[in-house]
Design a protein around this ligand. Structure first.
Ligand SMILES: NC(=O)c1ccc[n+]([C@@H]2O[C@H](COP(=O)([O-])OP(=O)(O)OC[C@H]3O[C@@H](n4cnc5c(N)ncnc54)[C@H](OP(=O)(O)O)[C@@H]3O)[C@@H](O)[C@H]2O)c1
Length: 240
């Protein structure tokens, strides 16, 4: 069974809302050391926490972190961004940039740390979203859907080596990413608690809220159940 007892945890995007919780709560579950990685690492004033520079979009930075932190047993692929970009239209620059951060970045991190995780029969947690299963977030949804698919591939590839690969899904949480969002939000502390408990329970998919559970369950329904706005659409006559 995957465990956090005596774990050496590495958190990407450690300065963010969920990242900070992942760093701090790791010790409650028995971790002995945490690499708190960030583009601009900060001093945590705790000798158990090792600040480490890591930009997930920079292959040299990822390789350096993997070389320094070869004792890692748990990787929390948490870093992510939202930039308001769209898949619809001719300018895909923003969407491509978001894929670098939310898809290619975590993929590079997972691959760079795979040798350490295999050596320690460790754990990889990829932070997805309820929007992995719901396209309302436009390009953000696409990045999280792609990451969800990659997580499934990684799980199959790493399971024979004893590495547990889990994915975390959640709706809005109260972090800097959602500052402009006027909607009910989860407490990041609750999300991270569920994530760590899910890891210890050996879960593959950790659903942190009812919204994620409802949307996941709805995937088997006709597409108009997830997107009711499609059901009432009247086709626009050609030329309009
Ligand atoms: N908050 C929500 O409602 C919500 C819902 C579902 C999923 N999520 C996911 O949860 C994860 C954590 O997000 P959050 O809510 O905690 O947001 P946040 O507070 O904005 O934290 C995101 C962190 O990711 C870091 N980051 C961005 N680009 C990076 C890069 N290239 N390399 C390294 N780090 C980078 C940021 O670093 P800087 O400090 O350097 O900018 C920031 O610390 C993300 O993957 C997000 O997509 C969030």
């Amino acid at each position: 069974m995957p465990t956090l007892t005596n774990a050496v945890v590495l958190v990407t995007g450690a300065n963010g809302g969920l990242g900070t919780e992942f760093v701090r709560q790791a010790f409650q579950y028995g971790a002995t050391k945490v690499y708190a990685t960030a583009r601009n690492p900060r001093d945590w004033e705790d000798e158990r926490i090792v600040p480490l520079a890591l930009d997930v979009t920079d292959s040299a930075s990822v390789a350096h972190a993997a070389a320094v932190a070869s004792d890692v047993t748990v990787v929390i692929n948490n870093a992510g961004a939202a930039n308001g970009s769209s898949l619809v239209g001719t300018d895909l620059v923003g969407a491509r940039a978001l894929f670098e951060t939310n898809f290619w970045g975590p993929l590079m991190v997972a691959n760079a740390f795979a040798p350490a995780l295999k050596a320690h029969r460790g754990v990889l947690l990829n932070v997805h979203s309820v929007l992995s299963w719901l396209a309302l977030g436009d390009s953000y949804s696409a990045t999280k859907a792609a990451l969800w698919s990659a997580t499934n591939t990684q799980r199959l590839a790493l399971a024979p080596a004893g590495v547990h690969v889990a994915g975390l899904h959640l709706g809005y949480a109260d972090t800097p990413m959602t500052v402009g969002v006027d909607a009910p939000k989860l407490d990041p502390a609750d999300v991270v608690r569920d994530a760590y408990r899910g890891i210890e329970a050996g879960e593959y998919e950790i659903l942190a809220d009812d919204l994620s559970r409802q949307v996941k369950a709805g995937l088997a329904a006709p597409i108009t159940a997830l997107y009711p706005q499609l059901a009432d659409l009247q086709p626009v006559p050609a030329g309009e």
